[in-house]
Design a protein around this ligand. Structure first.
Ligand code: HEM
Length: 247
């Protein structure tokens, strides 16, 4: 089969558009809320998948481990289904590690205190705008071992109790990709499912490599979400044994 030259983000965008058209029809009466959800939900999710694929193509050993898990749990003669995702612990750790290094909302949403207060010796005046720099916290070498290394195992290591317990609820203040407290991301359950399922689908159905001689540029651009400055291009080749599964 001739090699296909497909932009990875294009695949993801089509899937996301269908999901959000479905949400739109069920939330038609709550228009403003829906606008927030679209803005908060589409860019963040597709950007995160793009970062995950970039990290995996940069770290082929990690991609192999994720694909081995998929071969063991799902098998190469069947398509992945949502029911498989709770068993995909390594893929889930890849998602967590991606959101650690590339949090889609790096400064969270600003908070503004209704009255002046003192936190950790700092005075925070009433009505000031407070940004929490999650991007920096999640790369802090005093908290994370080799913080710039892409190592999903840190979320699975039994001896790394701190990281192992990290989830998306915002209870551990060194890991806050979805924020924390009463304004924590309203889409966590959907985002968690979509990210694992989309990434697992891309990795289960295809092997991925870079176009010949190309290196991945990992520079970031902060628009609404923390995007890749240059879009990612990957060359997929089929992995499943039965070509009918791609029809
Ligand atoms: C990778 C995916 C996503 C990430 C990283 C993400 C991250 C965030 C963050 C950091 C906040 C601010 C939380 C805070 O300041 O404490 C937020 C708010 C929000 N997110 Fe997400 N989000 C994602 C996906 C989604 C999805 C899929 C939806 C909905 C379908 C969604 C809906 C919202 C809404 C409505 C808010 C505002 C919540 C409020 O102010 O009460 N997000 N998100």
């Amino acid at each position: 089969m001739d090699e296909l030259y497909v932009e990875a983000t294009f695949l993801v965008s089509i899937l996301l558009m269908s999901i959000f058209w479905y949400i739109k029809s069920s939330l038609a009466s709550r228009e403003r809320r829906f606008r927030d959800i679209l803005a908060g939900g589409t860019d963040t999710t597709s950007t995160t998948i793009e970062w995950a694929m970039a990290e995996l193509m940069n770290n082929p050993d990690v991609m192999m481990k994720a694909q081995k898990e998929l071969s063991d749990v799902v098998g190469l003669n069947t398509m992945i289904e949502e029911s498989h995702t709770p068993k995909l612990k390594y893929v889930e750790a890849v998602v967590k590690e991606t959101l650690r290094l590339h949090p889609a909302v790096p400064l969270l949403v600003p908070r503004s205190p209704a009255q002046s207060s003192t936190v950790g010796g700092y005075t925070i005046p009433e009505n000031s705008k407070i940004f929490i720099n999650v991007w920096s916290i999640q790369r802090d070498p005093s908290i994370w071992d080799n913080p710039l290394e892409f190592r999903p195992e840190r979320f699975l290591d039994d001896d790394d109790e701190n990281n192992e317990r990290c989830d998306f609820k915002g209870n551990y203040f060194h890991y806050l990709p979805f924020g924390s407290g009463r304004r924590v991301c309203a889409g966590v359950p959907l985002a968690e499912r979509m990210l694992t399922y989309l990434l697992a689908s891309l990795l289960h159905s295809f092997d991925w490599k870079l176009p010949l001689g190309e290196k991945i540029d990992m520079s970031e651009t902060f628009v609404i979400a923390l995007r890749r400055t240059k879009p990612l291009f990957g060359i997929p080749s089929p992995r499943l044994v039965n070509s009918n599964l791609y029809m």
